[in-house]
Design a protein around this ligand. Sequence first.
Ligand code: S3P
Length: 433
Amino acid sequence: MSRYLVHPGGQLKGRFSVPGDKSISHRAVILGALAEGITEVEGLLEGADVLATIAAFRAMGVEMEGPNNGHLRIQGAGLHGLHAPAVPLDCGNSGTAMRLLAGVLAGQAFSSTLIGDTSLQKRPMGRLLNPLRAMGAEITAQEGRAPLHIHGRPLHGIEYALPVASAQVKSAVLLAGVYADGQTCVTEPAPTRDHSERMLQGFGYPLERQGPRICLRSGGQLHGQSLQVPGDISSAAFFLLGATIAPGSDLTLEGVGINPTRTGIIEILTRMGARIDLTALREVGGEPVADIRVRYAPLQGIAIPPRLVPLAIDEFPALFIAAACAKGQTVITGAEELRVKESDRIAVMAGGLRALGATIEERADGAIISGSPLLGGQVNSHGDHRIAMAFAMAALVARGDIEILDCANVATSFPSFPALAQQAGLLLEMVSA
Ligand code: S3P
């Protein structure tokens, strides 16, 4: 089992880019596979999650070259060109792969099975099965959990109000809607990442957005594209955290996606006192991008406004550490979704912070964290990539070594994290076995 040993101290310096956005990379593979003609992707994230999506489409007969240095060339099969896979499609650790693929597969003329690792088998799929079944899908699952057995059949459009703010479920319903008779509309209870909507439009698929309601009809086509994937703000988040808490740090992250549905981390850290500047604002692949400079600044605890939670949903492991390093109390509410991520992120972060001597009160929908000096200690990430990376950054200000267990899954979203973090100044050692 791979673990990190991170020595205390250090500061983060330099100028570099982080790997491509995971959400956008999945969508580029999916839409490229379903498009007419060639799609050329640059800056694709070559993490295990995206590789699972690539392998799934290859198993359905889609030809792709790469990925190689972030470049993937996809020979689109067209909306009706997929073949029945001979084997179950393994989504690994990836909720995005499983939920978006289920949306695509529900309306195919063949059956398929989606499987995943032990973490993915625990995650709720009922939120996905309900709308897909309402569209006529035939999917069997035990107690709303993976594996999902999908018996492809004709679908019909629906008008669906999402009960939880989930970009994965929204995207799955829209992708199923591409195959459904008539119109499919999804209304979100709060804004979530809109990469699917942007990219569908970028591939030429007609889609209407009116406030929280998004509608499309079947009968459109996707046209192969050349697209550049921006840097992943969810990976940048660990460096924003590290440079903010470690005195003397000054770091610039180049070409990071700053889609407003993803920038909750910047708004929350800034409210806590962080010194973050965006420069060179531009558009890349239909997404806003900037260079982000972050310098050390003392943090103050705050009550995080619940409206910012979906806009920073993957950044809470980093925010728990920021809160532990801030002066005073930070209150997190309205964040019950954290309990159904790659791990129960409220429980696992609370366990890890307590192991480092921090004071944290767990709540059903969040936590109250009191800032205090962090000690050294041993933390179990429970195989959650973002928890491992967040605790690695905590070592910058800890009083002793932090040993982090079960770090192999960092490769799902950010395989180059240890190397980049070392290069920036984190005193991290990887220990295998
Ligand atoms: C994602 C949506 C979010 C996020 C996940 C990626 C996506 O999940 O946590 O890492 O790419 O659509 P939910 O839709 O479950 O909130």
